[in-house]
Ligand binder design. Structure first.
Ligand code: ADP
Ligand code: MG
Length: 691
């Protein structure tokens, strides 16, 4: 029998080119993909509920006789169908309906319908139920299994997905879908058979425990979760092996440049900076590429650590590339490195996507000619960028770069032969329990000490009904010679609207605080404009800066000691923590006002309370994880780094030790099983395990 992974979806009845295209949109190209496209949840249509037993909020199958069907003219015209079954009366309400539809609801017609029961003007109602007329002679059977609800895309109905899974399940057998988990492993970890697990999840029996399924604790789910986590682990370990198998230029410990740099710096590195610096220096001296992640809370001083590493490479005669995810952050690094390296006689080159024309040509030429320090955005990855002696890549804020992009770096090394060392810096602290799984491809160092003299930011929550008081607070702070940020948060994922809101807020505040100099910065401004505003704020010529979350990372103005964040409930805790890290950089006591819009949900209140209670990024990360789940915390929407289909790192954390062990055994004893697993689970995500 042909393996399902080798059969295109077009082999199914009802799948032509148009449907195949839609299926491709949700990642379904072959029949194996269809089987691993699992339901999000289930509906129970296996029994008919008597009308008299219905409860509001319940999804139910109901059968009854049409007693009346009338067009009601109220506030919104609607068709109201009264349905009776002897135990009570229920109304079906349609706001959109045709005459033909109305005519099907003749008095005495026997109907079966399905929908959510809600309290309405006429007692219990179902809005726009699914329904069909029943033939009294041959009653249609109810569903034999729970009804799966699949993730889908526009134009792809649940009915269609059910038909396709039905056809595919019919072809599922031991030969058509190999089980890559060796049976001794399945036994050891008490995992059931793959085919049975899939059958169960696509069509659970009526007595299935819906609660258990919703919580992800069912054995059938655990079987797939284990396999998915295992695959993830394998891919990272492969990535690591692939990287490690490369040669890197060994960079001997530097003698001269770091010393000069530290002498000019004006402060002493913290103990943590020295320790992590030494770990990096050791890695760089090896002839295999360093793969090191430095985790450090906001303001822990990661940039200094990066500069020390850069100087080791530069002193050895090589090039360094530093990449940041946003232009504004990259610019900040460019300014810092220019300022630090110029006294040492070292040139820093700038490259970003928006750099055009002659300036771009000039940068590209200097990079090709071997300019020692290059700073920019992901534009540094582009094909036209040729380094002559690249030995170290520093990536700031790793969670926004895909693993793909990191793989692409290999080609940029010395003469395309030697791979550069990689130093990755993130201020998104990951709970230690998860770090090993999330970053199995990297060694990690932790900067767990803030530079001395920092005073923790004092955070308060204030409802936006007291906005005027907050404005007065800004005025008072600025009168004392301090500076302040006023941050406008994302509106429904639309950058456009967010920027507009920032503009409106800017005008309002300029008016209210007429005597202060107020600036505005947002994502739609030109880089040169943004740079100018930032420079003005940094120089103290602007007292209040109205901003969108573009200032989230890296911006460093020690005199700014007050930050107002509007609608903080819209942001993740990690992001709030990042934002708040823009203040508290000087010696003055800093304040952060979370200006929320009531009413807050229970979780919303808890989340803001955490911000009030702690300034420790690790604690915040742990809580954020508890309240939101790991996907969101790590910003996976941008990278797909931890995009799981069935697994959830937090919920399934108990499986991780076994998964790690299983990954090692599989690599050692059954290496041929690795690629098919990666193909099964990751083909449409990160192909990082495949070389
Ligand atoms: P982050 O880890 O958030 O990237 P930065 O590298 O931007 O932090 O450092 C934050 C601020 O702290 C910068 O102004 C930097 O110059 C300063 N800084 C870094 N290390 C020290 C230190 N050891 N002592 C005093 N200030 C330091
Ligand atoms: Mg930083």
């Amino acid at each position: 029998m042909t393996e399902l992974s080798a059969i295109s979806v077009t082999a199914l009845k009802g799948v032509g080119e148009a449907v195949a295209e839609k299926l491709a949109k949700v990642g379904l190209e072959n029949l194996q993909d269809v089987l691993f496209h699992l339901p999000l949840r289930y509906q129970d249509r296996t029994r008919v509920t008597p009308i008299g037993a219905l409860r509001p909020g319940q999804d139910a199958v109901v059968e009854g006789m049409v007693a009346a069907a009338d067009v009601i003219m109220g506030r919104r015209r609607s068709l109201l169908v009264r349905l009776q079954d002897g135990s009570g009366t229920l109304s079906l309400r349609f706001f959109h309906f045709s005459q033909a539809q109305k005519d099907t609801f003749k008095r005495g017609t026997h109907l079966r319908c399905y929908g959510e029961v809600r309290p309405g003007a006429s007692g219990l109602e179902i809005y726009h139920p699914e329904y069909r007329a029943l033939n009294d002679d041959a009653p249609a059977p109810v569903e034999k299994t729970l009804t799966p609800i699949y993730p889908t895309t526009e134009g792809l109905t649940q009915l269609r997905l059910r038909q396709l899974t039905e056809q595919t399940l019919a072809r599922l057998g031991p030969d058509s879908l190999p089980d890559w988990l060796p049976s001794e492993m399945a036994q050891q970890y008490k995992l059931g058979p793959l085919a049975e697990a899939l059958r169960y999840l696509h069509r659970p029996p009526p007595d299935a425990n819906l609660e258990q399924l919703a919580e992800g604790h069912h054995w059938a789910q655990r079987r797939l979760i284990f396999e998915e986590l295992l695959t993830h682990q394998l891919s990272l370990q492969r990535l690591r092996e692939t990287m490690r198998a490369q040669q890197a230029p060994p960079l001997p410990p530097a003698k001269r440049l770091p010393k000069q740099f530290l002498a000019n710096l004006g402060f002493k590195p913290t103990g943590a900076q020295q320790r992590v610096g030494a770990e990096i220096a050791y890695d760089l001296a090896q002839d295999e590429p360093m793969l090191r992640l430095v985790q450090g809370d906001v303001g822990a001083g990661k940039t200094v650590v990066a500069a020390m590493a850069a100087l080791q490479a530069i002193e050895a005669g090589y090039q360094v590339a530093l990449m940041a995810p946003t232009e504004i952050l990259a610019e900040q690094h460019f300014l810092n490195f220019s300022r630090w390296l110029e006294p040492l006689g070292i040139e820093t080159v700038w490259l970003a996507g928006k750099l055009k024309g002659k300036a771009r040509m000039a940068s590209l030429e200097r990079i090709a000619a071997g300019a020692p320090m290059v700073v920019g955005t992901h534009a540094l990855f582009q094909n036209e960028v040729h380094f002559s002696r690249l030995a170290l890549v520093v990536i700031d804020e790793q969670h926004r770069f895909g693993v793909q992009q990191r793989l692409a770096l290999r080609q940029k090394g010395v003469e395309g032969r030697l791979s550069p060392h990689q130093l990755i810096m993130t201020a998104t602290p990951i709970p230690r329990t998860l770090a090993m799984s999330a970053y199995a491809d990297l060694d990690t160092s932790i900067l767990d000490e803030l530079p001395p003299g920092r005073t923790p930011v004092n955070t308060v929550t204030v409802p936006d009904s007291r906005r005027e008081e907050v404005v007065e607070r800004v005025r008072a702070a600025c009168y004392e010679g301090r500076q302040a940020y006023w941050v406008c948060t994302l509106i429904e994922e639309s950058e456009e609207l967010t920027c507009q809101a920032a503009e409106t807020t800017f005008e309002e505040l300029s008016l209210a605080l007429g005597e202060l100099k107020v600036g505005l910065i947002h994502g739609r401004m030109k880089p040169a404009e943004k740079a100018e505003v930032m420079a003005e704020f940094k120089a103290g010529n602007l007292q209040l800066l109205v901003a969108t979350t573009v200032i989230e990372v890296g911006v460093d103005v020690p005199n700014a000691s007050l930050m107002i964040i509007e609608n903080p409930e819209r942001l993740g805790l990690a992001q709030l923590h990042q934002l708040r890290g823009r203040v508290g950089r000087g010696s003055a006591v800093s304040h952060c006002v979370l200006l929320f819009h009531p009413p807050l949900s229970h979780i919303g209140r808890e989340r803001l309370a955490i911000m009030r209670e702690t300034n420790d990024g690790f604690v915040i990360a742990e809580k954020d994880l508890e309240l939101r789940g790991p996907g969101e915390m790590l910003g996976t929407r941008q990278t797909g780094l931890l995009q799981f289909k069935v697994a959830d790192l937090m919920r399934d954390a108990d499986l991780l030790p076994a998964v790690r062990e299983a990954a090692q055994r599989l690599l050692a004893k059954w290496p041929a099983h690795v690629s098919p697993l990666l193909e099964r689970w990751l083909r449409h995500g990160q192909q990082y395990g495949q070389v």
